[in-house]
Design a protein around this ligand. Structure first.
Ligand code: SAH
Length: 280
């Protein structure tokens, strides 16, 4: 594992241009913990700046804020009340994160394939988890850790709700895709990490909140350790069967860390991709 800088990591926008991977050359995945893509860049941190706006497909009507406003209305009708969450969901353009063949479904309340066997969560589930994560907080959350960047959509929504977001992905192909998807947004408070999120990202700890987009049998102790006292963790956990196995069941877990210990609450059933260890 490479040596990491002291936290907060320095984010040098000039480094993004010099990254070998800026040209799409896959780097060998060797370390299990979050790593950077070049020895020159601040370890573990990818910066989503300095790039030309990608050519998003035009003429499909999804640029209109009205399509997002309709989605937000449906989320509110479905029970989401947190105005910060609704505003963030109305801001981030979900159609920019899905395959062009699926653009017409981008604002429907449905999960969609994002490649490598993974899925972008339904807007209803994303907003529900973010509302739980915010827990009625009056302003922005502090530092937040997301496990499972996927296509980067939820990370972008989170960046509207937190001062800093660290998002880890274990699949190199999706980490790279998320970086491409997020480039046009130029979100200086969103840091993409490639590595095994099972070990969290200690350099950013303690986190005000931790959110996982993949379900394991139990919450890794590293996440609990890296959560601040007073912080909240929201994650799918397997309640029956083995992660990813046919017939297995998951539910949303909310874990609050207090000075007295942790308090866990199991909520409704959900269906997420399995949490896996290692990188690929
Ligand atoms: N929030 C994402 C959802 C992605 S699906 C979005 O908006 O698109 C969940 C992701 O978790 C998958 O990409 C999967 O590869 C990733 N994942 C699973 N186990 C992981 C781990 N241990 N560390 C990091 N990412 C993991």
């Amino acid at each position: 594992m490479k040596q990491r800088p002291s936290f907060p990591a320095r984010l040098d926008t000039t480094l993004a241009k010099n990254r070998p991977n800026a040209h799409g050359v896959p780097a060998p995945a060797k370390a299990a913990a979050p790593t950077t893509q070049t020895s020159a860049a601040p370890a573990g941190v990818s910066k989503n700046a300095n790039a030309a706006k990608p050519a998003a497909p035009q003429g499909h009507g999804m640029e209109s804020s009205a399509v997002r406003a309709r989605m937000v209305q449906k989320l509110a009708a479905g029970g989401i009340t947190d105005a910060h969450v609704l505003a963030a969901m109305g801001t981030i353009e979900r159609h920019r994160f899905v395959d062009s063949a699926l653009i017409n479904q981008a604002y429907e309340d449905t999960s969609l394939p994002i490649g490598l066997g993974q899925t972008i969560s339904k807007p209803g589930v994303v907003s529900r988890m973010l509302e739980l994560l915010r827990n009625g907080h009056s302003g922005k959350l502090g530092r937040v850790l997301e496990i499972g960047t996927g296509c980067g959509y939820q990370a972008a929504v989170l960046s509207c709700l937190a001062t800093e977001v660290y998002s880890i992905e274990r699949l190199r192909g999706l980490h790279d895709r998320a970086r491409d998807n997020l480039r046009h947004l130029r979100l200086p408070n969103l840091h993409l990490l490639f590595g095994d999120g099972m070990v969290g990202y200690p350099k950013g700890a303690p986190y005000a909140a931790i959110i996982a987009a993949a379900g394991g049998e139990a919450v890794p102790q590293a996440w609990v350790d890296q959560l601040a006292v007073g912080g909240r963790l929201v994650a799918p956990v397997v309640t029956m069967g083995a992660p990813g196995a046919a017939g297995s069941a998951q539910a949303l877990l909310v874990l609050d860390k207090t000075a007295q210990g942790v308090r866990q609450t199991i909520l409704e059933a959900v269906h997420f991709v399995p949490l896996k260890s290692g990188v690929a």
